[in-house]
Design a protein around this ligand. Structure first.
Ligand code: HEM
Length: 452
């Protein structure tokens, strides 16, 4: 077939993964450096996905021609029993869920949620942190983030015992399929480590979620839930016209998918805060000074947030360097041309904010952590798709504004009282899991801030 498209380079990848088996993110970085922003294919043996990093190409796939790049294929199928047919699917069921969920994330509703979130976070910090005692950072932060989200989503409709069942089940469900993400070409029929744990976790989640949905529907029928602002009550109202089990399943799918999308990403991002503060004392001093001045010893609230601009710059830079959603896979429905290169129908296209955020064409010294990149006015000349930790286009993250309030509430909530002492015995390199996690086993001790 005659075509005007240019030939594409295929870069070795399996051999790179073998070389960097201890730190696979280096294989990804090396391939992206070799690609230099061009579209390339990665040679993973039987599987040769396209790698998209250039902001123009990101814009093409996620925005301009997004209907040709769907969330289907080998990366999405293993997670289907968890995510169901709602907001994290694609096509008509996704569009319907997006229409229902979008109003829950308007500025007004997010502000109301964030106010509540501030109260819950302050309570959980007091409950879960023991100053002077070392703890696993990832577990400690999850112990605040996960119950916060569950309480925001379910309001008062969920018991402490159910939260205690739900939180670890989610944790297993989002991490158990990590092997399949690294080796997506292994068919679902071939058992892999994590499969059974995944199925058990889904059962445990459903055993908590379905009864809560039925109760919420019953309350709504009796006219008892008119003023509830929690997400379950809102979803029940939105699905009034879908009766019986089908309605329950649609509510379950959105609730569970939203939970998955919000907890793993937020907890991972907020785990990175501490090793980064530890490694950058100059940045840390500015963060501490701002929080001491603005929040002092008071409980942190949404009213403080507009007065914490440096903390916001810090969080933006954190998401540039360590975007939790490090890889976005899509399947090309029809053939297409991106940046002059022909894409085959049915093939997998991989997009990675982690790699786009490190392109030297768009970022000076990209490996340096520098919140000043996000100082007022500094962003104006930047390519719109050079920075996209929350995705882009019609699937852009629904929770980004909520996270940009959750993050300073949690960080300032801790730092108004404590200073972190991080215990590090090796370089802190990112780990490729379902999100871009710091290495396991990273611990810290929180000591009183000693404000005079
Ligand atoms: C650091 C925190 C977060 C990051 C980095 C993040 C990242 C992302 C990314 C990259 C996408 C695009 C997925 C795609 O295009 O396939 C996305 C979608 C989504 N996010 Fe987030 N997210 C975060 C927090 C949250 C929170 C707190 C919530 C909910 C309250 C949330 C809910 C969602 C939902 C529902 C979608 C799917 C939207 C759609 O497909 O229409 N996220 N997120």
């Amino acid at each position: 077939m005659a075509t005007s498209a240019s030939p594409i380079r295929t870069l070795p990848f399996l051999s790179r993964l073998t070389k960097h088996h201890r730190i696979p993110v280096h294989a990804l970085e090396e391939a992206s450096e070799q690609a230099g922003g061009e579209l390339v294919r990665l040679n993973m043996g039987p599987f040769r996905p396209y790698l998209v990093t250039h902001p123009d190409h990101v814009q093409h796939v996620l925005v301009q021609n997004q209907s040709n790049f769907v969330r289907e294929g080998m990366f999405w199928e293993p997670l289907a029993p968890l995510l169901g047919e709602g907001i994290l699917s694609d096509g008509a069921t996704w569009a319907e869920s997006r229409r229902i969920l979008q109003p829950l994330f308007t500025a007004r509703y997010v502000n109301a949620l964030a106010e509540q979130m501030g109260v819950i976070i302050n309570e959980l910090i007091d409950e879960t942190i023991t100053p002077g005692r070392p703890f696993d950072i990832s577990r400690g932060i999850s112990a605040i983030v996960h119950p916060t989200i569950v309480r925001l989503f379910f309001g008062s409709k969920i018991s402490v015992a159910d939260i205690a069942r739900l939180v670890p089940a989610y944790d297993v469900a989002v991490t158990a399929k990590a092997m399949r993400l690294v080796m997506p070409f292994v068919p679902e029929g071939v058992p892999m480590p994590g499969d059974r744990a995944f199925r058990r976790a889904i059962k445990a989640i459903d055993a908590v979620v379905y009864p809560r949905i039925r109760e919420a529907r019953e309350r709504a029928r009796q006219g008892l839930d008119q003023d509830s602002v929690d997400v379950v009550a809102r979803l029940v109202k939105a699905r009034e016209d879908v009766p019986g089990e089908e309605g329950e399943r649609r509510i379950r799918d959105d609730l569970v998918a939203m939970h998955g999308a919000s907890t793993e990403t937020s907890a991972t991002a907020l785990t990175w805060v501490w090793p980064i503060l530890d490694a950058h004392p100059g940045v840390a001093a500015k963060v501490y000074e701002e929080i001491d001045r603005v929040v002092g010893a008071d409980p942190v609230s949404t009213e403080h947030l507009p007065h914490l601009p440096y903390l916001k710059m810090f969080v933006s830079e954190l998401l540039r360097c360590y975007p939790p959603g490090w890889i976005l896979p899509r399947k090309a429905v029809a053939p297409d041309v991106i940046g002059g290169v022909e894409i085959e129908a049915g093939s997998t296209v991989l997009l990675s904010p982690y790699l786009t955020h490190r392109l030297t064409e768009f970022w000076d010294a990209p490996s340096v952590f520098d919140p000043e990149r996000f100082a007022p006015g500094r962003e104006s000349g930047r390519h719109r798709y050079a920075y996209w930790p929350f995705g882009a286009g019609p699937h852009v993250c629904l929770g980004q504004h909520l996270f940009m309030m959750e993050a300073p509430l949690l960080i300032a909530g801790i730092l108004r009282k404590y200073r972190p002492v991080v215990h590090i015995d090796r370089p802190v390199t990112p780990r490729l899991a379902s999100s871009l996690r710091p290495p396991p086993g990273l611990t810290m001790t929180l000591v009183p801030a000693g404000r005079s």
